[in-house]
Design a protein around this ligand. Structure first.
Ligand code: R2B
Ligand code: URA
Length: 309
């Protein structure tokens, strides 16, 4: 943005554009975002998405629809929330909703599912020439030594060995990518949380696994090859490594956003304390309220950023 008085440049703010790290893309005549049912020839992505500043992603399509409707009310936008349409209605892989500068998208469960979505989302933001985009995953998780319902803002996304990295196999070789997230954004979110009543929130490391059962040390899957004591020992080690919650997408999310110049954060509510058990036995209405907590935090953060209070 150039602001000038006469011909004199008084201020220069560099906008952070979304970039892709793929030299092949520019030589493609058309880019089909297959799992979104969108494309550069069939859709004017810049007019559809060019004004996006906040992208919130979460596992379930219904939850991300509810989030879009909630944001529509919170931003005081005109029109009926029932009119908010799924932009990806032509496919049942992911759901996508746009409310003003906010895009709400589902990513399914696990690293492969979110990674496919992120490839296409990042290309979408690139084709749409979006700038200064903040991307936040709002989700659920298992807590490690926390009161259920606590919201965890991820400091470092770590793998099952507590390493802050994501490994991707490419052409038969392992590529290791850093999962560093934006520390300022995490602090800004923590500050927002303190401004909301009844929103217990901490910053801690988030462990990302490739399975919900054995991969997270659960004793209640169809398979289990370890003892209760071994499970607790692993959770104790995780806690010592600063892990406060466990989920299934944070490492690839952090790695991909970082490489593409997107400021990103992970905000997940804990549904249970894994030191206390494995089954999610909390009543449905309590779980629903827990799942609204990251959404409330997002709304506060977005409204504050937009200068609405
Ligand atoms: C949290 O919840 C899901 C598993 O129940 C998974 O997508 C995750 O990261
Ligand atoms: N999501 C997870 O991945 N693990 C849990 O324990 C709860 C939600």
């Amino acid at each position: 943005l150039l602001e000038s008085v006469g011909n004199e440049r008084t201020d220069y703010i560099e906008h952070e554009v979304v970039h892709v790290k793929n030299p092949h893309l520019d030589s493609m005549e058309e880019d089909i975002l297959y799992h979104f049912n969108l494309g550069t020839k069939t859709h004017n992505l810049q007019s559809m998405f060019g004004d996006i500043k906040f992208v919130c992603v979460g596992g379930s399509g219904n939850r991300m629809k509810a989030f879009a409707q909630f944001m529509h009310r919170e931003l005081g936008l005109i029109g009926d929330t029932t009119d908010i349409e799924d932009i990806c209605a032509g496919t049942d892989r992911y759901s996508m909703y746009k409310v003003g500068p906010v895009l709400s998208i589902s990513h399914g469960m696990g690293v492969p599912s979110i990674s496919i979505m992120l490839h296409e989302l990042i290309k979408l933001l690139y084709h749409a020439k979006c700038s200064d985009v903040t991307l936040i995953r709002i989700g659920t998780s298992g807590g490690v030594g926390l009161e259920p319902g606590t919201v965890v803002i991820t400091d470092r996304a770590v793998d099952s060995f507590f390493r802050p990295q994501f490994e991707q196999v490419v052409l038969g070789k392992v590529i290791v990518r850093s999962t560093e997230l934006d520390a300022n954004l995490a602090q800004e979110l923590l500050q927002c949380a303190t401004e909301i009543p009844n929103l217990p929130t901490v910053i801690g490391n988030t462990m990302c696994t490739h399975d919900f059962y054995e991969g997270q040390g659960r004793l209640d899957g169809a398979l289990c090859s370890f003892s209760t004591e071994e499970k607790l020992e692993y959770l104790r080690k995780a806690h010592e490594a600063g892990v406060r919650n466990i989920e299934m997408e944070s490492t690839v999310f952090a790695a991909m956003c970082r490489i593409c110049g997107l400021k990103a954060a992970v905000v997940c509510v804990t549904l249970l304390d894994r030191f206390e058990g494995d089954q999610i036995s909390t009543p449905h209405d309590v779980l629903t309220e827990y799942q609204q907590r990251p959404q409330c935090l997002m709304s506060h953060f977005i409204k504050k950023r937009l200068g609405l209070f």
